[in-house]
Design a protein around this ligand. Structure first.
Ligand code: SF4
Length: 132
C-alpha cells in the first residue's frame, strides 16, 4: 500500500502558512511516518511530470493556510485524490485571541495548537489507511 500523501500549502507571509508546514511535518515525521509522507507542493505545480506523478492517483490530504486552498486545488489539478482537506485558519478559530506566532516562528501556544492540529490530521491518515 502506498503511503497517504499529506501536502501543505506554500504560504509564507503569515503564521497560517508556517502552521501548515509544521503540522504536516509533525504528522509525516513523528505521528504516522509508516502511513504518510509529504510531497513538495512547488514540485507538484511546476507541470513537471516527475512532480505530478508524486500525487497522481494517490490518496492525498491537503493542508492549506486559508480559503484560497492552493494545495487542495493544485493537488487535484495534478490528478491527486484529495480525500480530506484541512485549513490552519479554521484551527485558529478554535483558539480565538491566542497569539500563535508569526510567519517565521511559532509561540509556545502556537506549538500546542500544532500538536492538536497534527493529531487531527494523523487521525484522518489512520482512517484512510484502514480504508485502503
Ligand atoms: S492557501 Fe492561502 S496561505 Fe496557503 S499558499 Fe495559498 S494563499 Fe498562501
Amino acid at each position: 500500500m502506498s503511503k497517504v500523501k499529506v501536502v501543505a500549502c506554500s504560504g509564507i507571509g503569515k503564521v497560517f502558512g508556517l502552521m501548515t508546514r509544521e503540522a504536516v511535518l509533525e504528522v509525516t515525521n513523528h505521528l504516522v511516518p509508516d502511513k504518510a509522507e509529504t510531497v513538495c507542493l512547488a514540485h507538484v505545480v511546476t507541470g513537471d511530470k516527475a512532480g505530478s506523478e508524486k500525487v497522481k492517483g494517490c490518496t492525498c490530504i491537503t493542508v492549506d493556510g486559508c480559503p484560497a486552498l492552493c494545495s487542495a486545488k493544485s493537488v487535484e489539478n495534478a490528478g491527486g485524490i484529495v480525500k480530506a482537506s484541512f485549513r490552519s485558519v479554521d484551527e485558529m478559530r478554535n483558539h480565538r485571541g491566542v497569539n500563535a506566532g508569526t510567519a517565521t516562528a511559532l509561540t509556545e501556544d502556537g506549538w500546542q495548537i500544532i500538536d492538536e492540529f497534527a493529531e487531527k490530521i494523523a487521525a484522518k491518515v489512520n482512517e484512510l489507511a484502514e480504508e485502503e
